[in-house]
Write a new protein. Structure first.
Length: 330
């Protein structure tokens, strides 16, 4: 289907995670008309996991009965590894119920709709290109900073999938060969160093060693270092907590190394950062770009803006719908 969808078309976007399924109905302008959220049964059979997806879609239609006849395409953001060309989910660590599961085919059997499947960062990047912070440009690097770190690459208005559909695993780019071991098995990935999980872990470790330096951070956690979360680090830094400021400065350096490499490799027109940790780090975007000077060969790196994602927590829903109306999936 062309990116120029008909004015009255509606699309269903589904975002599947390890613990939840979010689904929404969007119009051809990327406006979310309705959305819902339900638990994901990821530890049962493949059919039980599928039932969670179908239940979310049916919940949407129950809220908006007239939409059922207007929806001709369903887009699903699913955890990888997966094959975006066949819609088969291969072996995602966070959704063990699906192993070589033909998700697009199975959902398509239940609805008279075209079904497309891709990973969340690819699809979210596409949504930002069509309707969000990347609208009007053709080449985008999208990074999602949350529990983990993912990425999507939009080149000339199309998702870059690579040879088999597994490209753009930007969260597992190593920036420190002597760094800690990531969950993927590699050392020093940007995910293990700068995700929301990593920020919180470093904060807990540092407060446990030097509580006198992180008094405001510790207070936000109710006096329990083990309760520190990444968003507390941001709030404590705003309150001038020296330990929180040190942790954010270190995170900015990690991200500057990572994005400096991305600029040298791809030279996108814009870098878009989404996810919960990105929202917390938004005041630091300028500092990250400033630090890229030491990690980027491209002397025009400052001309590439680093901007927050438009869709925020609804990125997966919007991304699913974006898959429906863009020929870039092919």
């Amino acid at each position: 289907m062309s990116t120029k969808a008909r004015e009255n078309d509606l699309f269903v976007g589904v975002d599947v995670g390890g613990t939840k399924v979010a689904a929404g109905i969007l119009d051809s302008h990327g406006k979310i008309i309705a959305h819902t959220r339900a638990p994901m049964n990821c530890h049962g059979t493949g059919e039980e996991g599928l039932a969670s997806v179908i239940s979310s879609i049916e919940s949407l239609y129950a809220q908006n009965p007239a939409a059922r006849k207007k929806v001709h395409s369903i887009g699903i953001c699913a955890p990888g590894p997966l094959d975006p060309r066949t819609g088969v989910v291969i072996n995602p660590p966070n959704v063990p119920c699906w192993r070589d599961f033909p998700l697009a085919e199975e959902v398509g059997k239940r609805y008279s709709a075209t079904v497309k499947v891709d990973n969340d960062a690819n699809a979210a990047g596409l949504a930002e290109y069509l309707w969000g912070a990347g609208r009007g440009v053709r080449n985008i690097f999208y990074g999602t900073l949350g529990t983990g770190i993912g990425s999507g690459i939009i080149l000339d208005g199309k998702i870059f999938h690579g040879r088999t559909g597994s490209a753009a695993e930007g969260g597992h780019v190593t920036i420190d060969l002597n760094g800690p071991v990531c969950n993927c098995g590699k050392k020093g990935c940007i995910e293990i160093l700068a995700s929301g999980t990593a920020i919180a872990r470093r904060a807990r470790e540092r407060v446990a060693k030097s509580p006198q330096l992180g008094t405001k951070l510790l207070a936000l956690a109710g006096g329990d270092a083990l309760s520190i979360r990444s968003e507390m680090v941001g709030k404590a830094a705003e309150a001038d907590d020296p330990l929180a400021k040190e942790i954010l400065a270190q995170t900015c350096e990690y991200l500057a190394v990572w994005l400096g490499n991305i600029v040298d490799l791809l030279e996108p027109e814009v870098i878009i950062l989404g996810g919960g940790a990105a929202a917390m780090l938004r005041p630091c975007f300028g500092e990250i770009q400033k630090r890229m000077k030491n990690w980027c060969v491209n002397s025009r790196y400052q001309e590439i803006p680093i901007v927050p994602a438009f869709y925020g927590e609804n990125a997966g829903i919007a991304g699913g719908a974006a898959l429906c109306i863009s020929s870039s999936f092919i």
